[in-house]
Write a protein that binds this ligand. Structure first.
Ligand code: ZN
Length: 117
């Protein structure tokens, strides 16, 4: 999860901050891009662990103010592995405003398991 809270940094993270003259947000974003697991993938992995493999819809909400949250690129591809027709309900932090799209709409021209058959 990427947060705007104060990070509790490890010794090696502090070294990275100093070595590359990064802000905490830049370091947080760097770790995010390196494939730290997001809530979407975590939820799907938990469901897979419980033997669910056919997903109809996924709801996404974040504490980011005044923005409808959408899955990152890694999560889009991960969700895509289970079907391009999966519905995504993407909420603003207030939970009142949302956008509904299929995975195919937010990841057009995608590559999935059917291309491997
Ligand atoms: Zn993600």
């Amino acid at each position: 999860m990427s947060t705007h809270d104060d990070l509790s940094l490890t010794e090696s993270q502090l070294e990275t901050l100093n070595k590359y003259n990064l802000t905490k947000d830049e370091l947080n974003n760097l770790y995010q891009r390196r494939g730290a697991i997001c809530a979407e993938r975590s939820a799907l992995c938990t469901s897979l662990n419980q033997q669910y493999r056919h997903f109809k819809a996924l709801g996404i909400i974040s504490d980011i103010a005044n923005e409808i949250i959408t899955p990152c690129g890694i999560c889009r591809q991960f969700i895509r592995e289970f079907g391009k027709e999966i519905t995504l309900v993407m909420f603003q932090s207030n939970g009142q405003e949302f956008m509904i799209r299929t995975l195919e709409e937010i990841l057009p021209f995608s590559f999935g398991p059917e291309q491997l058959k």
